[in-house]
Write a protein that binds this ligand. Structure first.
Ligand code: NAD
Length: 280
């Protein structure tokens, strides 16, 4: 078997077409997404560029607020609170990585939950447990969207999520649980990882270790979603799943780059339009 490629770029393009219509339905007034960044980080700059391009394509205005290196957590929170008060700002995103000494949880909690378009405020995180996420966490929503796009039956499917972080692994597990798939979450304490991954009909890997999952750890025909973003030895971006050995085994497979990443950006824009709609 050779896996069908889950082409995140193409799926994101389809989503943006729907989002353009949703943007128009909001009327002529501006929809503004504010992006806050401390200092200059090459990785964050790439994300911001991609986000700005995708936002412009949908008709969302992106405002970039660059704070100087040395900005304290209190100063960052003050800047966020100022954005919270501005009516024309529909959504706020804080670019990572944050400097050492700034607690991302305090920062995320400072954002007005109605403007938390990354979906990481405790209120939005909590609402996914109740199946009522107005603003779900973007990467988790992207992984869910990619899996649903295969058309496979999720009910009763053996689903294994590798990684249990607050921003990726846990919310993915919860969203897939809502489809009545049987979810197992593996993590750094899991014994014999491959025993779990080999029985997965749906395998989501979100760890941050290049090539952690090889083809011999994958059930033939499985849907494999690779969330990882790592720098390979030659400087190129690679995922957590070893693509060459997995593609001949899996039924569906996301590439890195070009898989989860572009769909995550589309989910950020979807959340921004939802936030703008709710604020109207
Ligand atoms: P994290 O460091 O917060 O969490 C890593 C997780 O991996 C933990 O749950 C840990 O228990 C688990 N883990 C570590 N070693 C393991 C092992 N040997 N076996 C099994 N589990 C193990 O990372 P994160 O923030 O969740 O990000 C994970 C990856 O996803 C990173 O590569 C990150 O860059 C990427 N990411 C991608 C997107 C996207 O939009 N594509 C968004 C966010 C994060």
């Amino acid at each position: 078997m050779t896996a069908k490629i889950l082409d995140g770029k193409a799926i994101a393009q389809e989503l943006r077409q729907l989002l353009r219509a949703a943007r128009q339905a909001l009327g002529p007034s501006e929809v503004r997404l504010a992006s806050v960044e401390i200092g200059q980080n090459p990785a964050a700059d790439v994300y911001v560029r991609n986000q700005r391009r995708a936002a412009a394509d949908v008709g969302i205005e992106m405002e970039v607020c660059n704070l100087p290196l040395g900005t304290t957590e209190a100063q960052l929170v003050t800047a966020i609170q100022a954005l919270n008060r501005r009516d024309e700002v529909a959504g706020i995103i804080v670019q990572r990585p944050l400097p050492i000494g700034i607690d991302p949880r305090n920062v995320q909690s400072a954002i007005d939950p109605h403007k938390d378009v990354e979906g990481m405020h405790p209120a939005n995180m909590g609402s996914i447990l109740y199946r009522e996420p107005l603003l779900p966490p973007c990467t988790a929503a992207a992984a869910q969207h990619l899996i649903v796009s295969t058309g496979m039956d999720l009910r009763g499917a053996e689903t294994v999520v590798v990684g249990h972080s607050e921003i990726v692994g846990k919310p993915i597990a919860v969203l897939l649980l809502h489809h009545l798939s049987t979810v197992t979450v593996c993590h750094v304490g899991t014994r014999n990882l491959s025993e779990h991954t080999r029985r997965a009909d749906i395998l989501v890997v979100a760890v941050g270790k290049a090539g952690l999952v090889h083809g011999d750890m994958v059930k033939p025909g499985a849907c494999v979603v690779d969330v990882g973003i790592n720098q390979g030895p030659d400087g190129r971006i690679v995922g957590d799943v070893h693509f060459p050995s997995t593609a001949p085994v899996a039924g569906w497979l996301t590439p890195v780059p070009g898989g989860v990443g572009p769909v995550t950006v589309a989910m950020l824009l979807r959340n921004t339009l939802r936030a703008a709609g709710a604020q109207v």
